[in-house]
Design a protein around this ligand. Structure first.
Ligand code: UGA
Length: 466
C-alpha cells in the first residue's frame, strides 16, 4: 500500500532526536526509522507520550501504527520526555513543534524557541538543529542566535531549514513519495548531514535558509489561491448556469495549470492552509508589502461559508429554530482533525443564528456544545429541515437518499462537496444544491449574453478583436 518497502538504502545512517510527536514529528520519526536511522522522539505531553510508549497512535494517520510497531520492536525508535536522555551521543535534532497563529495571523514561535534552547542546553557536542516546523523567513537565523546562548562552552550550534510537505491522512505516503525535499543551509560542510537523512534519489532543492523557509509559505499560499479560484469560478457557474465540474476539469487539463486543488467546496480548512495563508500575509506586511492576492484568497474562502448560509436562508426562509443536519465535521476526508473545519464553522454559525444542529462524521468529533454528534447519517437527518454535506467522505457518496428523504422533515439538501450524483437522486423529492452546479439546479432560464451584445457588430469590429 505504501511505497516504503522498496526505498533503497542510500541514506547516511544517523541517530536523530525528533522533538514533538504531532502529525509532523510522529510521521518524521517513524519514517526516518524505516529509512534506517535510529530515532529518539521527545514528547512532553504526558498522555500522548504514554500512548506512544504503549505502541498506540494518538492520531488517525494510515501507516503510522504499522511503522511504529515495527520499529519499537527493531529498537530503532523510542519515545521519551527526557531531552538529556534523547540527546546523549546525538548531534542532529529535528524540531517539529507547533507554530500556531497569533492574534494577527503572525506565527507564534515560542514553542520553537523553547525547543531549540532546550535541545542545545542538553547537547554535549556540536549540534545541528533542523527546523521542520513552518516558520517565517529569518527564523532559522534568529534561532541560531538564541540557541547559541544556551550552549555549553565549546558547543557549536548550526540551524538548517527542512520544511515538510505532508498532507494529513496520507502523510506516510507523502513522506516516501516526495515531490521534493527542500533543504536550506548556509554551511556547505554540514549539508550532507541533512541531505543524507533522505535517499539520494529523492528530488532535492538545496538553497539558503530564507528561501527554504519561504518555499513552504509560498506553496501553501498558492494551494489556497488555487482553491479560492476554483470557488470563485464555481460561484460564476452558479450565476451563469454552467457546471463547475466541466469548467474546472477543462481548465485543469491544461498542463501548465494542472487539475489538482481545483475542487470547489465549502472553503479550505485544517491546521495548515488557513494558518500559513495568514502567516504569508503577516510576513509580507512586516516588510511593507500588502499581499493582495493572498488576501483575496482569504476573502473568497470566508465567502464560501457565507454562501452556504445564504443558500440555507434562501431555501428555508430563515434558519432560526430550524433543524439542520450536517454530514462531515472533519476538515477533509481521511482525517479526524477538526481544526478550522468548515463543517464545524457552519454548525457554530447556524447555532448562533438559532438553528438546531445535529451532525455525523465517521471519525471526527469537535466536542462543540453547538453541534450534537450522532452515530449515523440517518439519525442526524431525522426530522431535519435541511441537510448539508460538508466533508467528501466516501460513505457519503453511497447514501440511501430515498431513506434520508423519508426521515427528513424538509427537502433541502446542500451538497457543499459535490458528492451527490444529481442523476441518481432525480426520483427523490429533494431540492439538491451543489457547488458550482448551475445547470443541475432548478435554474431560471437566462439568455446570456444579452442579445443586444450581438447586434450591430461591424465585420471590421470582429476582425479587430482577433
Ligand atoms: C496542506 C498541504 O496540502 C501540504 O502539502 C502541507 O504539508 C500541509 O498543508 C502542511 O502545511 O503541513 P493538509 O492541511 O493536510 O495539507 O490538507 P490539504 O489536503 O491541503 O487540504 C486543505 C483544505 O483544502 C481542506 O479543507 C480541503 O478540503 C480543501 N481543498 C483541497 C479544497 O477545498 N479543494 C481542493 O481541490 C483541495
Amino acid at each position: 500500500m505504501y511505497d516504503f518497502e522498496d526505498t533503497t538504502s542510500t541514506v547516511r545512517v544517523t541517530t536523530v532526536c525528533v522533538v514533538g510527536a504531532g502529525y509532523v514529528g510522529l510521521t518524521a520519526a517513524v519514517c526516518l526509522a524505516q529509512l534506517g536511522h535510529r530515532v529518539v522522539c521527545v514528547e512532553t505531553n504526558r498522555e500522548r507520550l504514554a500512548t506512544l510508549q504503549r505502541g498506540e497512535v494518538p492520531i488517525h494517520e494510515p501507516g503510522i501504527e504499522e511503522l511504529l510497531t515495527r520499529h519499537a520492536r527493531s529498537g530503532r525508535l523510542a519515545f521519551t520526555d527526557d531531552l538529556d536522555v534523547a540527546m546523549t551521543g546525538v548531534s542532529v535534532a529535528l524540531l517539529c513543534v507547533g507554530t500556531p497563529p497569533g492574534p494577527d495571523g503572525e506565527p507564534d514561535l515560542r514553542q520553537l524557541g523553547r525547543a531549540g534552547a532546550d535541545v542545545v542546553a542538553a547537547a554535549r557536542s556540536d549540534v545541528l538543529l533542523i527546523v521542520k516546523s513552518t516558520v517565517p523567513p529569518g527564523s532559522c537565523e534568529a534561532l541560531e542566535l538564541l540557541a547559541a546562548g544556551h550552549a555549553r562552552d565549546g558547543v557549536r550550534v548550526v540551524v538548517a531549514s527542512n520544511p515538510e510537505f505532508l498532507r494529513e491522512g496520507q502523510a506516510v505516503w507523502d513522506f516516501f513519495n516526495p515531490d521534493r525535499v527542500v533543504v536550506g543551509i548556509d554551511e556547505p560542510a554540514m549539508q550532507s548531514l541533512v541531505t543524507g537523512l533522505y535517499p539520494a534519489q529523492w528530488p532535492l532543492l538545496l538553497c539558503d535558509r530564507r528561501s527554504a523557509e519561504l518555499v513552504k509559505y509560498a506553496a501553501n499560499t498558492f494551494l489556497a489561491v488555487k482553491i479560492s479560484f476554483a470557488n470563485e469560478v464555481a460561484q460564476l457557474c452558479e450565476a451563469l448556469g454552467a457546471d463547475a465540474h466541466h469548467v474546472l476539469t477543462g481548465v485543469g487539463l491544461d498542463a501548465r495549470i494542472g487539475g489538482a486543488f481545483l475542487s470547489p467546496g465549502p472553503g479550505f480548512g485544517g491546521s495548515c492552509l488557513p494558518k500559513d495563508l495568514a502567516g504569508f500575509i503577516a510576513v509580507s506586511q512586516s516588510v511593507g508589502q500588502s499581499a493582495p492576492l493572498a488576501r483575496a484568497a482569504q476573502t473568497v474562502n470566508a465567502q464560501a461559508l457565507a454562501g452556504l448560509l445564504s443558500k440555507l436562508d434562501a431555501s428555508l426562509g430563515s434558519v432560526r429554530a430550524k433543524r439542520v443536519a450536517i454530514l462531515g465535521v472533519a476538515f477533509k476526508p481521511g482525517t479526524g482533525d477538526v481544526r478550522f473545519s468548515p463543517g464545524v464553522g457552519l454548525g457554530e454559525a447556524l447555532a448562533r443564528r438559532g438553528a438546531l444542529v445535529r451532525a455525523h462524521d465517521p471519525l471526527a468529533d469537535p466536542g462543540s456544545p453547538d453541534v450534537e454528534m450522532v452515530a449515523d447519517p440517518y439519525e442526524a437527518a431525522a426530522g431535519a429541515d435541511a441537510l448539508v454535506i460538508m466533508t467528501a467522505w466516501p460513505e457519503y457518496r453511497e447514501l440511501d437518499h430515498q431513506r434520508l428523504r423519508e426521515v427528513m422533515a424538509g427537502h433541502v439538501v446542500i451538497d457543499a462537496v459535490n458528492v451527490v450524483s444529481i442523476g441518481e437522486v432525480a426520483h427523490v423529492d429533494y431540492d439538491v444544491y451543489g457547488v458550482g452546479r448551475g445547470l443541475a439546479m432548478d435554474f431560471a432560464p437566462v439568455l446570456w449574453p444579452p442579445l443586444e451584445w450581438m447586434l450591430d457588430v461591424e465585420p471590421s469590429d470582429v476582425a479587430a478583436s482577433r
